[in-house]
Design a binder for this molecule. Structure first.
Ligand SMILES: [Zn+2]
Length: 226
């Protein structure tokens, strides 16, 4: 939701009135409450079904091309990794399996994948292979690699998308906005002035100028060249 900020916190000038001036409901100031928009965030109703079921749905995250894997870890991201690993074990090329899973880069402790329900074009995430929800207790070597990969991804995003800004963040716990609470994932997405456009709010849809596969391929190549 948009943050709404009072333009002033001056008290109503009338005697015995406890309201702030802009909120005076007794008509002393004569002015209606005035607000100044302070912050826009991306409003993404199409993500609701995903974030409300991501921790409980069966075999969530298993891509259709990797559905031969019979298991279910009950974690979107572990399912991605395990179904890709299974496919490679059965003879699929590693790159083909990673493409199917939207995995765009693999490092020693962490990997990068595209967000299947993106806030914006180029929305990617950095995750440890290990299934862990806590950043504070993460092994220092893994945490360091996450930050190193965040730098690498930022460079790739800037080079490829030329964004005006970048959001980067961890949502720890459902109350903090995490769709998947059990497995750490550091979001990173390019931003442009005006990208919180009306289509998102009124159309319950979002105009993404490229497909997830195209975005993933561009970033995969960008990261490989870094
Ligand atoms: Zn997991």
């Amino acid at each position: 939701m948009s943050g709404l900020v009072k333009k002033t916190n001056e008290a109503c000038a009338a005697d015995h009135c406890n309201f702030l001036r802009n909120f005076c409901k007794r008509g002393h100031g004569g002015a209606a409450p005035r607000y100044t928009p302070r912050m826009d965030i991306l409003w993404t109703p199409w993500r609701y079904r995903y974030v409300s079921t991501a921790d409980t749905a069966q075999r969530q995250g298993v891509p259709a091309a990797l559905a031969a894997w019979p298991g279910d870890t009950h974690c979107v991201f572990c399912n991605l990794l395990e179904s890709a690993r299974y496919a490679v074990g059965k003879g699929m090329a590693a790159l083909e399996a990673d493409r199917a899973a939207n995995i765009i880069y693999r490092a020693q402790h962490c990997f990068l994948c595209m967000n299947a329900y993106p806030y914006n074009s180029g929305h990617a995430m950095i995750l440890p292979y290990a299934h862990t929800a806590e950043f504070g207790t993460l092994d220092a070597e893994i945490a360091t690699e996450m930050m190193f990969l965040a730098q690498k991804l930022e460079r790739a995003l800037r080079r490829i998308y030329r964004p005006e800004g970048i959001n980067m963040g961890l949502n720890l716990g459902k109350a903090a906005g995490a769709g998947v609470t059990g497995h750490l994932h550091l979001h990173m997405l390019p931003r442009w002035t005006g990208d919180t456009n009306f289509m998102t709010v009124t159309g319950e849809t979002r105009v993404l100028p490229e497909s997830l596969d195209e975005a993933g391929e561009r970033l995969r190549q960008g990261l490989a060249q870094d």
